[in-house]
Write a protein that binds this ligand. Structure first.
Ligand code: NFE
Ligand code: MG
Length: 568
């Protein structure tokens, strides 16, 4: 039995430590620990709820806007504010554009190097790469000269020792399976994706005044004026600019991202057999298509249990609780409780070893993440959950794309319950969203045309219009999954605030019954060829797209030693 510690896990946001026991070349047991505390929920107490979105948005620099959305929805739910249709459309545009950019960045910049060997790319024949690229896509940047140029650029970085993000990895590892030509193609697209995402996210800069951390949210609507005839507003020129950026995104996703995903996946089909995890999938739903109290959602909500895709349960927010048996917190009524987030508590109490430590005592508390549970059981959240629930609910677009991907790879739906399935679902979702986001722009343009220019419901702005004591919940599908904020407002101030975040669902520790969280469960059975270079562990963990900044929403002020991979 070899005990592996990966700390910090890199190419993620925040501080994640994985400890794993490897036996007979496979992970036998794993523990996920977040080693960072922040404290946003505590900071919010006593503040004006109309300001909460600006604080919570700072939880994360990756999912840059999602905590603002969840927060304004929670506060609007509490005080009864009803944003007008344009606010819904502007928010849908913000949410979808952030998700598209985030997924592309994850695939190329956070995850690809687990599958793509840069060193091998240096040995590729650019003519072979060109032939490969042209066989899978119409993307114009595909000549041998182009790929030779990329190869020369990367070679010169290597020769000058300026490897940057490519400096530390397990290059040459036996688990890398792509031919050299495919590795070079992926490296070229890694660089192209960097440029592309910078351009595409201008949608955010336009809608939010800046990116990241948009400044245009407002409880009751948006602070982004909409007027076809005014220069300082979102106007017909903005609509035209958005349409151009969206057309570019459709090209990039359908001609680069999705073909790359299929090409890479075809060499790693064995990863459809690893990394399944807990087998329960939960979705809150997103993209309201109307302004009813329970609007139709483009990506529907639902719960799937035990990998049974013959049915979907309705999502019931009262079934959510958080446990702290293995988390560095106290609950006033005892640590064995499972508290609904509306009654949630954030009382940090670190009882772990003094850093730097060799090993966590996982029989006790071992993470800054709580253990969220739905109806008492762990749930995976994120693109895979969303695509499964949409698939089973008969979402035509999702069904078409899922069937296309499964058919191209020659695998059945059971392949989705895996590390590879998670990666594929993210690409499928990106295609679904780039094909949908234009509708939000069209609807906005049509409102402008008909003179529907409202962006804000003023009637609930003054605290005197609020109940003395009220509670609300805000639900959102962030790129990494289901996100909820719960707020209680008393006498115009925040009395309680709780965020239960996608990476907390996925990366949380064991619960009171010893049941592992989704990362912990997914790692069991993952092969590890060389415990000193546990690239396979990274593959499965990265497939969830971890974000510990979100997961703990709380910063370690101590000067802890930052260690790399330790093997013992
Ligand atoms: Ni910081 Fe986040 C997303 C949220 S993650 S990245 O997506 O909420 O858990
Ligand atoms: Mg929380």
């Amino acid at each position: 039995m070899t005990h592996i510690v990966v700390d910090p896990v890199t190419r993620i946001e925040g501080h994640l430590r994985i400890e794993a026991e490897v036996d007979g070349g496979k992970v036998a047991n794993a523990w996920s620990s977040s080693t960072m505390f922040r404290g946003i929920e505590i900071i919010l107490q006593g503040r004006d709820p109309r300001d909460a979105w600006a604080f919570t948005q700072r939880i994360c620099g990756v999912c840059t806007t999602v905590h603002a959305i969840a927060s304004i929805r929670a506060v609007e739910d509490a005080i009864g504010a009803k944003p007008p249709p344009n606010a819904r459309l502007l928010r849908n545009l913000i949410i979808a554009s952030q998700c598209i950019q985030d997924h592309v960045i994850h695939f190329y910049h956070l995850h690809a190097l687990d599958w793509v060997d840069i060193v091998s790319a240096l040995e590729a024949d650019p003519h072979e790469t060109s032939a490969l690229a042209q066989s899978i896509s119409d993307w114009p940047k595909s000549s041998a000269t182009y790929f030779k140029g990329i190869q020369d650029r990367v070679k010169s970085l290597v020769e000058r020792g300026q490897l940057g993000p490519f400096a530390n990895a397990y290059w040459g590892h036996s688990a890398y399976k792509l031919p050299a030509a495919a590795n070079l193609m992926a490296v070229a697209h890694y660089l192209e994706a960097l440029e592309w995402q910078r351009e595409f996210i201008k949608i955010h800069a336009i809608l939010g005044g800046k990116n990241p951390h948009l400044q245009s949210f407002l409880v009751g609507g948006m602070a982004t004026p909409v007027d076809p005839d005014a220069q300082a507003s979102l106007n017909i020129h903005t609509i035209a600019h958005f349409k151009k950026l969206i057309a570019g995104a459709q090209e990039f996703v359908s001609q680069v991202y999705v073909p790359d995903l299929l090409a890479v996946a075809s060499f790693y089909k064995d990863w459809a057999g690893y990394g399944a995890g807990v087998g329960n999938y939960m979705v809150y739903g997103e993209y309201p298509l109307d302004d009813e109290p329970s609007p139709e959602l483009y990506i529907p909500s639902g719960v799937i249990r035990n990998r049974d895709i013959s049915k979907v349960e309705e999502f019931d927010p009262s079934k959510i609780t958080e446990q702290i048996t293995h988390s560095w917190y106290d609950y006033e009524g005892g640590d064995g409780q499972a508290l609904h987030p509306s009654e949630g508590e954030t009382s940090p109490n670190y009882t772990g070893p003094e850093p730097p430590y060799q090993r966590l005592d996982t029989s006790r508390k071992y993470s800054w993440l709580k253990s969220p549970r739905y109806d008492g059981v762990p749930m995976e959240v994120g693109p895979l959950s969303r695509m499964l629930v949409s698939y089973v609910r008969g979402h035509e677009k999702v069904q078409g794309l899922v069937n296309h991907v499964l058919g191209t790879l020659g695998v059945g739906p059971e392949a989705l319950f895996s590390t590879l399935g998670r990666v594929a679902a993210r690409g499928i979702e990106t295609q679904v969203l780039v094909d949908k986001i234009g509708d939000f722009v069209d609807d906005l343009a049509s409102n402008m045309g008909s003179g529907e220019l409202r962006i804000h419901d003023n009637s609930k702005w003054e605290p005197s219009t609020w109940p003395d004591d009220c509670t609300g919940a805000g639900f959102h599908e962030a790129p990494r999954g289901a996100l909820g904020h719960w707020v209680r407002v008393q006498d115009g101030k925040i009395a309680r605030y709780q965020c239960v975040v996608p990476s907390t669902w996925n990366a949380g520790p064991r619960d009171s019954g010893g049941m592992p969280g989704p990362y912990e469960a997914a790692l069991v059975g993952t092969p590890v060829a060389d415990p000193e270079q546990p690239i396979e562990i990274l593959r499965t963990v990265h497939s969830f797209d971890p974000c510990m900044a979100c997961g703990v929403h709380v910063v370690d002020s101590g000067g802890r030693e930052v260690t790399r991979v330790k093997v013992r």
